[in-house]
Design a protein around this ligand. Structure first.
Ligand SMILES: Nc1ncnc2c1ncn2[C@@H]1O[C@H](COP(=O)(O)OP(=O)(O)OP(=O)(O)O)[C@@H](O)[C@H]1O
Ligand SMILES: [Mg+2]
Length: 229
């Protein structure tokens, strides 16, 4: 996906509610946001305010109760499973709090995998994976499996994997939330540098207000609304 003229992400009046029997929980009711290519937007809010739910909707992993979701200018709200998977595969990168790397594969293979699934040939997938991992200072760790990497190194691999297919949109859910403060700071700084170099639009949920302030801008989920700061 290379349409850099369109917003990376646009959520229009998105609501998410959960119904259990007679009870209904409205997590948010009217959330709208636009993330342009090259922007890194911090998403903050108390625990339970709906940050992960919002990222899952933006990442086309869950459907909103109402409202519309545009990725790279394409309305994805009513796409069928096949098309949605395709947009997710090439247009969106996702980084989780816990890396979710494949334990049997090396760092290099973990970053190659999404590219091979998207149809890249092995040589170009390897070149791109190596280049990303080197930018995260992992040139000497390419053949290590996740269990042979530190927590910070695992997160760097997970971020590289999310960027592997050159997505237009990067979504991250507390990407450094599982690391000690010093490592979190380091990985976060590298993360911001590399996503800025890639020109990707990013929405990053974090509890860390200090890290949030280093991003382009900050939005807050509060009482079911998404507010700019
Ligand atoms: N499948 C579900 N069924 C019912 N309620 C749910 C479901 N998933 C999430 N919720 C509720 O939605 C609310 C928002 O959850 P979410 O995980 O998005 O919060 P969050 O802001 O990411 O919190 P944290 O900072 O702790 O990660 C919570 O109150 C949660 O209990
Ligand atoms: Mg969460």
């Amino acid at each position: 996906m290379t349409d850099t003229l369109k917003p990376a992400l646009e959520l229009r009046h998105v609501a998410r509610s959960f119904s259990e029997g007679a009870r209904r929980l409205d997590v948010f009711l009217d959330a709208s946001i636009t993330v342009e290519p090259g922007e890194i937007v911090a998403l903050v809010g108390q625990s339970g305010s709906g940050k992960s739910s919002l990222l899952h909707i933006a990442g086309l992993l869950e459907a909103p109760t109402s409202g519309e979701v545009f990725v790279a200018g394409q309305n994805c709200t009513a796409l069928d499973d096949t098309s949605r998977t395709r947009v997710r595969r090439i247009g969106i990168g996702f980084v989780y709090q816990f890396h979710h790397l494949l334990p049997e594969f090396s760092a290099l293979e973990n970053v190659m995998m999404p590219q091979l699934i998207a149809g890249a040939n092995k040589a170009s997938a390897q070149r791109r994976a190596r280049e990303l991992l080197e930018r995260f200072g992992l040139a000497a760790r390419l053949e290590h499996r996740p269990a042979e990497l530190s927590g910070g190194e695992q997160q760097r691999v997970a971020i590289s994997r999310a960027l592997a297919n050159r997505p237009l949109l990067l979504l991250a859910d507390e990407p450094t939330g599982n690391l000690d403060p010093k490592t979190s700071d380091q990985v976060h700084a590298e993360f911001l540098r590399v996503i800025a170099e890639e020109g990707v639009g990013a929405l990053v949920a974090t509890h860390n207000i200090e890290l949030a302030r280093r991003m382009t801008r900050l939005v807050r989920l509060e009482n079911g609304k998404l507010l700019p700061e």
